[in-house]
Ligand binder design. Structure first.
Ligand code: 3H9
Length: 660
């Protein structure tokens, strides 16, 4: 039988008495309205074909179904809804088997769950990542998954949004088998299913589970939720599957899904989702002309350099790490090996994977060895002379088309580029520490960086599994400029009457993992102190300057490592220190400031305004291309809560609301 087209994205053909329905809706086969209507029409058709034993549902390309079409959220609903489609699948009069050829995510996983069997291809993965979008599954996922894999595993998967690969899916009972030729295996399963009563997932009883194990799984999810409501709602719905009948459970799930879909949390997380997809895209950039980056040289193997080396190794690159002395090179290798070992211990890397990484690592003290590198990333001491000397030297060693990247945080990369004969091959790659863990990389498009070099490093950063955000040259780039602006505002509030613990508590209540003074203590106060001293001579004498941090540093309070900073740390415990309060009060008195009290909401709106004003200036200067890029930097580099969408998004949402 020839292919029958049921909608612009759904077609089917008969194969060995099975009706093979294929969803072809690039890029990820999302369940747009025409997919849902096409699936319904295909099932209607198959129901009336006597020669057809059953139905296969599969996806064209490398994805099974990437989920509901997120672009449809917020638009008027168009039927049939996904719950109608999944119900039709589950109650169908012939067996339906999902051939999961790639990712089955969200609504895609729910379609698979509603089928009477699931065959995974070798590249299949299954997941219900809705909580990452601030919602819960809305087409039966919370009710059907626990019936297949039990409450504990379902709480883990739905509460965290974690996806599982084919092997784990089979072990859990989510998939019936893995096959190299999954369509053939699914057709065989259809014929097998046709011989006996259909296994309708919704009719299976939830396996009995130890309540203590359920509570432990729930506690684990809630501990990670950090102020978001979707994970707790997801857990509640999964538990309800063990208590309600299917119809009641589905109704409760649907009501929760619709409520959360319209929440500000979901709007914020959807904004983050699309901002991430847009990040690193530069208009007019020719991505066809990418330079090959297979061998990466890292200069300096301290905390930052070794983290960068680990990232490059675990993403399959060869790495040459340059140090000044054999001892430092040995230390660098040991640091890299230890980080890789840690990944093996935590299960993120296999022992073979670690050995393979170490086999691709060369440590050296000979700069001439860098001649083989396609990309050199320097992570040496943040001093302009050190870096310009290094780049001048490298310029004469590396191949003419090799790319030179600086990991400076505060120096002017244009000044570093000017030390080379060909500044068009120089770019900034500002990694965040620890670089093997943190996703964010600010990619600094310097004045003379060529488009080809920029495109090549963007692709490289994505290959590392990281999130590149392009920014222009400015002191501190996007993140540190905003961080400085809101730290300045926090210090103004200290002088005006707030205390560090009040400001930190307001930030934590908003969803930051740590307050700004807590972060300062963790990172150490001395680097910012040194910068302030450097800038003292050129500082605008009329601009407001808060001296409290200087007084603390002068008293040897340099943060946690000295046992004292904005807080004291007797026996490692953060405690409020009256000495700090006294320093703050003395600073206020010296300026004749009468302290006043601040509410948490006033503290937050002042801090947010400082971030947004600086973000607006960065956009106006062309340093940042999109507000979403600024949001991503703050979320991924500075602990801004993702479920608030970042400062620029949050400000846009509250634009018309009066401040408390
Ligand atoms: C859900 O299912 C709710 C249901 O429970 C209830 C319903 C009632 N929709 O990431 P990529 C676009 S909620 C629309 O770079 P990859 C994306 O914007 C959904 N568009 O590709 C990008 O567009 P552009 C639950 C989507 O190969 C392009 O596809 N599902 C969707 O690296 C390529 O994306 C999820 O949360 C979508 N669902 O990774 C899964 N997904 O090119 C979300 C992607 O214009 N998706 N796009 O920038 C993903 O995790 C990844 O996209 C995926 C592919 C792993 C599928």
């Amino acid at each position: 039988m020839a292919d029958i087209q049921f909608s612009k994205s759904v077609s089917a053909c008969a194969q060995d008495r099975a009706f093979v329905v294929t969803i072809d809706n690039p890029p990820v086969n999302a369940l747009s309205a025409h997919v849902r209507s096409g699936l319904m029409a295909a099932l209607d058709h198959a129901a009336n074909l006597p020669a057809i034993t059953g139905v296969i549902i599969t996806g064209a390309g490398s994805t099974f179904i990437g989920g509901a079409d997120i672009k449809e959220f917020g638009k008027p609903p168009v039927g049939p809804t996904l719950p109608e489609v999944t119900e039709r699948i589950e109650t169908f009069n012939k067996p339906i088997v999902a051939t999961v050829n790639g990712a089955a995510l969200g609504g895609g996983c729910e379609v698979a769950l509603a089928c009477h069997g699931r065959i995974a291809g070798e590249k299949a993965s299954f997941g219900l990542p809705e909580v990452k979008l601030g919602i819960v599954p809305g087409a039966g996922g919370t009710q059907r998954l626990p019936r297949l894999i039990g409450l504990v595993a379902a709480i883990d998967l739905i509460g965290t949004g974690r996806a599982v690969k084919a092997g784990e899916a089979v072990t859990l009972g989510l998939a019936d088998g893995i096959a190299t030729h999954p369509v053939g295996a699914a057709i065989a399963l259809v014929h097998e299913c046709a011989e006996k009563p259909l296994r309708r997932t919704g009719m299976i009883g939830v396996p009995p589970t130890d309540p203590a194990a359920v509570s432990a799984a729930e506690a684990k999810v809630l501990a990670r939720a950090r102020g978001q409501s979707a994970p707790a709602e997801a857990v509640r719905l999964v538990k309800a599957a063990g208590e309600l009948d299917l119809r009641q459970g589905l109704a409760e799930e649907r009501a929760t899904f619709l409520r959360l879909r319209d929440s500000s949390e979901s709007a914020a997380l959807r904004h983050v989702f699309f901002a991430e997809r847009a990040a690193g895209k530069v208009e007019g950039l020719d991505i066809a002309a990418l330079r090959k980056i297979a061998t990466v040289a890292v200069v300096g193997t301290g905390l930052m350099g070794s983290g960068i080396a680990v990232s490059a190794l675990t993403s399959g690159h060869r790495v040459i790490a340059l140090e000044q002395t054999p001892e430092a090179a040995a230390g660098g290798r040991a640091r890299i090996a230890e980080t890789l070992d840690k990944s093996v211990r935590s299960g993120r890397l296999t022992a073979d994977g670690r050995d393979d990484c170490l086999a691709r690592l060369q440590t050296t003290t000979e700069a001439a060895d860098l001649a083989k590198a396609d990309l050199v990333i320097e992570a040496v001491f943040d001093d302009l002379k050190v870096k310009t000397d290094l780049f001048r030297r490298l310029d004469g060693i590396v191949a003419p088309d090799a790319i030179l990247a600086t990991n400076t945080s505060y120096l002017d990369p244009d000044a570093i580029a000017a030390a080379t004969a060909d500044p068009s091959r120089v770019v900034g790659l500002h990694f965040f520490s620890p670089a093997n863990v943190m996703r964010l990389v600010e990619v600094v498009d310097c004045a003379k960086t060529s488009p080809e070099v920029l495109a090549s490093v963007l692709a490289f950063v994505k290959r590392l599994g990281k999130l590149p955000v392009v920014c222009g040259v400015t002191e501190g780039f996007i993140g540190n400029r905003i961080f400085s602006a809101y730290r300045r505002e926090a210090e103004f509030m200290l002088e005006d009457g707030a205390l560090p613990q009040e400001i930190d508590a307001a930030l934590e209540a908003y969803g930051f993992p740590m307050g700004i003074f807590d972060v300062n203590d963790m990172a150490g106060l001395e680097i910012a102190w040194a910068r302030r001293k450097r800038q003292a001579a050129t500082r605008d004498a009329d601009a407001r300057y808060v001296e409290i941090a200087d007084r603390l540093c002068e008293a040897g309070r340099l943060g946690r490592k000295t046992g004292r900073g904005w807080y004291a740390y007797p026996e490692g415990e953060r405690t409020i220190d009256p000495e700090v309060t006294a320093v703050i009060e003395a600073a206020r008195a010296a300026k004749n400031i009468t302290p006043r009290s601040f509410t948490a909401s006033e503290i937050m709106s002042r801090l947010l305004k400082a971030m947004v004003d600086e973000g607006t200036a960065l956009l106006a200067d062309g340093v940042a291309a999109r507000p979403g890029d600024i949001d991503l930097v703050m979320i991924n580099g500075y602990g801004f809560p993702a479920h608030r969408g970042g400062p620029m998004f949050a400000a846009e949402q509250t634009k018309d609301q009066p401040h408390a």
